[in-house]
Ligand binder design. Sequence first.
Ligand code: ATP
Length: 558
Amino acid sequence: MAQIRTLLDLCRRRGFLYQSAEIYGGLRGAYDYGPLGVEMKKNILNSWWQRNVYSRDDVVGIDTSILTPHPVLKASGHVDEFTDLLVDCTLTKERFRPDKAPQVTLDKNGHLPITAPDKETAQQWKKSIGEQFAPNVLVTVEGKRLLLHVDHVVEPVKGHAGKIVFKMNNEQAAFELNYHGYVEPNTNSPFLTDSRPFNLMFKTFLDPIDPIDRVIQTTMNQAGESKPTVREEVDKVLKPSTVYLRPETAQGVFVNFEQVVRTMKTKPPFGIAQVGKSFRNEIRLEHGIFRTPEFEQLELEYFVAPWEAKHFYKYWREQRYRWWLEHATHPENFRQRDHESDEMAHYATGCTDVEYLYPWGWGEVEGVAHRGNYDLTQHIKNTGANFEIVDEKPCISPDVEGEIDLIPKETPARYIPHVVESSCGLNRAMLAYLCDAFHQVEEGKGKPVRNVLKLHPRLAPIKCAVMPLTGKEEFIPLTKKVAKSLRRMGWYTVVESQKLKIGKRYYRHDEIGTPWCVTVDYQSLEDETVTIRDRDTGHQERVHWKQVQTFIGDKLME
Ligand code: ATP
């Protein structure tokens, strides 16, 4: 865990990741990507798109709306089923007995403070995690982490410290505040309600007039006539304008299925790829960008004939895992985990997670699922859309294991396609590859350790740093010429001409994962050669400046 703190500190210091709205104290779970973070994210996305779309002739892209109407997510099951369990704390002011229970003192802003074993650790936590906590806290009850609304018991007066006090059966409860702001009770609280489902979707309204004003107006107009209850009115008026921030990008693909087939003149097996933001009102926000309310997904929905679904599920399971390993420095820290049957959605017949061994344990980075034809069928039921494929020459792959009975006896074959989905979290991918690449080098006795990010060159934010050996003006024209030739290739290239010793400049680039540093020195002035330094070996090669482009191009293709 010490390493992750150092890594998060590096990310903040060097412009990968910032706490969102930091100057206002930050917003829990919200992160902004700095100049290097945005490049790295784009590089992961590009590698994914290159592999899944450009290098194939059976996948096309799409970009659908984030705002999703109620009927779509009702049909997909998200309105009723996309939930986690939530427990409310019903502690009231009357039960507020500061004399009887251990206390957690809030700071003057009403936030839970950080308690750490010693000053130094506290400072490290503050730096890497930030001090901001939401007014809700998480408690662990019977091994499950649950959200506690503490609003009811917190009475901080502006400028004064407030207190949250939890009391259990007149016994003192031992609460321990850890650095995530979790409160861990050692026993069950009598003030916790039964758990209830909590929908993870963010809801909003697409209506120029505030829907609540509309309800009040309608209720007032009708008062004395039919006297409708406010609840009925609220439902009636709100429903048509209710929209959700999509919880996954996939539904946008399914509702456009027929349009893509028609406009692209395609038929199964083929895929639709989509990259974009998704939103989930997660109860637990944890481990920096691992679990956040706003995140990006790289999703591929691959549509196949029913008798080919198992074959393609196996195929995509392998393909996707291979992609993850290709960019890994430590492939042993990635694994595939097949879901148990009780873990899967009821309509899925297979699901495999790709997991990475984060410093806190294994965590999902991607799910590959055989979703059957559930989604398309649901949208057909609700809209009457025509998603049926009528195929004169149906594809039959050589190993349609166990599904021979599904192959139609006659043509044209008629079927609703099945879907194999791969859904990768872009932010989690970035965190996994940062953890995977991070290591510290000991330069020798008495010298401080230094950080190196051994990122795969394709993922590295900056591909090349071009630098004059010293601040002498004579080096500048060739330095600029080399940088220009690399920028022309679309590679993020920077010119490093600060007055730092060349070794220091190399180390600064090692820390952010730049794979190559090109140096213009005295010999360059005579014969137009430059040196290229390799981040991982420290080895330097001398080439003519015009060859740098090919050198880097070849390496990036490896
Ligand atoms: P988890 O079990 O970790 O909550 P999930 O099974 O709900 O994940 P999926 O619905 O399969 O996740 O979403 C596909 C991918 O989207 C996940 O593998 C993950 O990489 C990413 N993802 C899901 N939820 C979040 C989130 N709140 N923050 C960041 N990434 C997420």
